[in-house]
Design a protein. Structure first.
Length: 765
């Protein structure tokens, strides 16, 4: 192996090195052997990585085809390719640069026959995966209602992320999904699913890496070929790799051992999707003699923001350690603001944004970073009131989210039984055995009689048009709405919405769903209930939502960004608002309950990521009270607030709202208590005042009047008429009741049907 070329700072052969700081240059010039580049937030990681790639080519250490560089996103791969081309002043062809999935697919197509596939295999998307697994589960007699397909697929993908084929899943990891699906049956489904994929000459995204591992582990000639091929490996965002990707990289690195991994253990925030921070923590153990280079000079944030972030993350035990610094100005201290409730927090943020806008700062330079998607609702509502343009990054606006739209459809149908679109949306959500066939029957009758789908359903359940199971299910559906509608006058509408979602089975549907996004959907449903509490009537709330949905985002408009902390990674803004720093919300109680200390450290890394998105201004806020399920509950400031270094934080209290100020530091729950004790009832938000009035039984109610719909008189059929029905065949009318006919069919016996579903039999019979 050649000795590293010694390059002096004045070496004119490599002018691009002059733009690097000392640590970046060390990362670029240490070409041989394993190298771990610990790149802190805003330290020029991409510049160092792309310069290293270019330097390998310029120095002749490798040809493009001898370099494998893997990233997590196509965007990162594209940026890397463009930067290297700019550095070399020419495009680079023939190298292996792409995402983990794209690279694994490229390798797999070259050797597909070695694992029982053809090279033209197809890669199934999520919908196709679910459809295929659903067929397999149905063949095994497993109902989707008891073991949701999404949940089963989630378990299978988790095994694949760990590099586990069906025969390698340890008994202790089989787990299962409750009483309905044991670990043994789950493994059998996994095996059947893999067999079916091979039969179809297909694989899913998890298979790309899994099949690569099988190739490398069972075909030494193939692995040896790639050892010869790749002289240098470069890996971006190493802290985010899962176990399968880790094993894949280790196998490839056994050749020349020239592997350079760039990452930040302090920004490992994707444990919920399989990322293992331990992979980066044990790099020096996996690769003895590895060189560790720390990029700590930050080019993004002020000194105060960096000091606050570094002081916070220092409380994590599972880290390799580094401290960010800057040669820039110290800047403002990180502001910490305590507020009475969520409404006050949204008003505060809105006022701050308007103030910055008046001073000339673009809205696009400001962002609100929340822990959960449900938190966006309060800010969206406030910005709509203020007329502040905004975008929700990485997700739909609150009222456009699937589960929120479903819940709204239930409420719309409750208030207005003639709302056909709402009826269609929730008829089979959750699944009730009322699919396309039932809906087609209802539409046919509704069109013929000029009535709503809801009224069509009322008539249909009194006939034999539908299968008995579907007829019973439809009757239950209608009976539930009748019962819920009877509660409107006596039950506060937020409570009624909870009853409706619970008794309909919609809440349980998401509770039983094991997909990673299911808990977030449940949080959004809870936030929807909270939103309703701010309106006097259900109708008033639905009208408000309709007006909100009318607002259309204009292309190219200057807008504030609202996003989760996870979605913010890799982005930066001049001003960052970090609301909701309260125990249970951030850190997330659900995460702590599931994973304990590991989750706490990941939550702290998430806080670190949030702080380091800010260039000049970071504002943390928390509320003393939160509306939960329509009831107010006291909130405790996040433990992360106590961990912020006092000398870099400016603590504020809203003296206009509270009689007590937040003096001192290290308050824990004391600030919330002092704020609560110093607040007067006159300062309550409108939403809280309405909630208090409802608690006293002074809530408004909605008056629903019954609609009288005239029914046809049998469409001209007379008693004794011969008729034909598409399903039941020929028969004779025995009795007429409005548009319903009692018919004795020749083969099907006595049935009740709707007149519009039969036709005169002419001379038949």
């Amino acid at each position: 192996m050649p000795e590293p070329t010694q390059i002096q700072p004045s070496d004119s052969r490599f002018p691009y090195l002059a733009a690097l700081n000392e640590a970046q240059r060390e990362a670029v010039e240490t070409l041989d052997g394993p190298v771990l580049v610990l790149a802190g937030a805003g330290t020029g990681k991409t510049r160092a990585l792309t310069t290293r790639l270019g330097h390998l080519l310029v120095t002749g250490r490798a040809t493009p085809g001898q370099i494998l560089a893997v990233t997590f996103t196509n965007k990162a791969a594209r940026e890397m390719r463009e930067r290297v081309a700019a550095l070399l002043q020419r495009p680079v062809e023939g190298w292996w640069l792409g995402t983990f999935h794209a690279t694994a697919a490229r390798i797999l197509r070259r050797h597909a026959e070695r694992i029982g596939l053809r090279s033209d295999f197809t890669i199934l998307d999520t919908d196709d995966q679910q459809r295929l697994l659903k067929q397999i589960m149905a063949a095994e007699g497993i109902e989707d209602k008891k073991a949701p397909v999404r949940a089963v697929l989630g378990v299978i993908q988790a095994w694949k992320d760990k590099g586990l084929t069906p025969d390698k899943v340890p008994g202790g990891q089989a787990g299962g999904l409750g009483a309905e699906l044991s670990g043994r049956r789950l493994l059998a489904l996994y095996e059947a699913y893999q067999d079916r994929l091979r039969t179809l000459n297909a694989c899913d995204f998890g298979d790309l890496m899994l099949h690569n591992l099988t190739l490398f582990q069972t075909c030494p000639d193939i692995l040896e070929d790639y050892h010869r091929r790749f002289r240098y490996l470069l890996v971006d965002e190493y802290q985010d790799i899962n176990v399968g990707q880790y094993l894949w990289l280790r196998l490839l690195a056994q050749g020349h051992k020239n592997i350079c991994c760039v990452g930040d253990d302090d920004q490992s925030i994707y444990g919920w999707r399989g990322a293992e921070v331990d992979n980066i923590l044990r790099f020096e153990t996996d690769f003895p003699g590895a060189k560790v280079v720390r990029l700590e000079r930050n080019y993004r944030s002020t000194g105060s923001i960096l000091a606050a972030a570094s002081g916070l993350i220092a409380h994590n035990k599972g880290r390799l350690g580094k401290t960010l610094w800057t040669e820039g100005e110290e800047g403002e201290k990180v502001r910490l603001r305590g507020l009475w409730d969520g409404d006050a927090e949204a008003r505060f943020v809105g006022e701050e944004i308007e103030d910055r806008q008046r001073k000339g700062l673009a809205l696009s330079e400001m962002a609100i970073l929340v822990r959960t998607g449900a938190q966006t609702r309060a800010f969206e509502e406030r910005f709509i009131t203020l007329g502040l343009p905004y975008r929700v990054v990485g997700g739909a606006r609150f009222y456009e989210r699937l589960e929120v739209r479903d819940a709204l459809a239930y409420l719309k149908l409750l208030v207005s039984p003639r709302h056909d679109l709402a009826f269609e949306r929730i008829l089979n959500k959750p699944k009730r055995g009322l699919g396309d066939v039932t809906l087609r029957h209802l539409h046919t009758l509704a069109r013929a009689a000029g009535i709503s789908l809801y009224e069509s359903a009322r008539r249909m359940v009194e006939t034999d048009e539908l299968r008995p199971a579907a007829r019973r299910s439809l009757a239950d559906f209608l009976a539930n709405f009748d019962r819920w509608r009877g509660l409107i006058d006596t039950t506060p509408h937020p409570e009624l919405a909870e009853i409706l979602l619970d008794e309909s089975g919609y809440t349980a549907m998401w509770q039983n769903d094991k997909a990673p996004d299911a808990p977030g959907r449940l949080e959004n449903l809870k936030e929807l209930i909270n939103a309703m509490a701010e309106f006097d009537t259900l109708e008033g709330f639905l009208e408000h939502v309709a007006l909100v949905m009318e607002l259309i985002e204009s292309e190219g408009q200057d807008m504030v960004s609202i996003m989760t902390l996870h979605a913010a990674k890799g982005l930066e803004f001049d001003t960052v608002f970090l609301p909701g720093w309260e125990e249970g919300l951030f850190p997330s109680q659900r995460s702590l309950d599931e994973s304990g200390l590991r989750a706490l450290e990941e939550e702290r890394r998430l806080a670190y990521v949030g702080l380091t998105r800010a260039r000049t201004r970071a504002i943390i806020s928390f509320a003393a009270n939160r509306l939960m399920h329509g009831s107010w509950a006291p909130a405790i400031p996040s433990r992360f607030i106590d961990e912020l270094p006092k000398e870099h934080i400016e603590v504020e209290s809203d003296s206009g709202l509270y009689g007590a100020t937040a003096s001192g530091y290290g308050f824990g729950s004391g600030l919330a208590e002092s704020m609560a004790s110093g607040a007067s009832s006159e300062r309550w938000s409108p939403g809280m005042e309405r909630a208090r009035q409802r608690a006293k039984g002074r809530d408004s109610f909605i008056e629903v009047t019954a609609q009288v719909i005239e029914t046809p008189s049998g469409d001209g059929f007379a008693k004794g008429s011969r008729v034909f029905h598409q399903k039941f065949g020929y028969g004779r009318v025995m009795k007429l009741e409005g548009d319903r006919l009692d018919i004795e069919f020749d083969k099907a016996g006595r049935k009740k049907v709707i007149a519009s579903f039969v036709q005169p039999a002419g001379g038949a019979g």
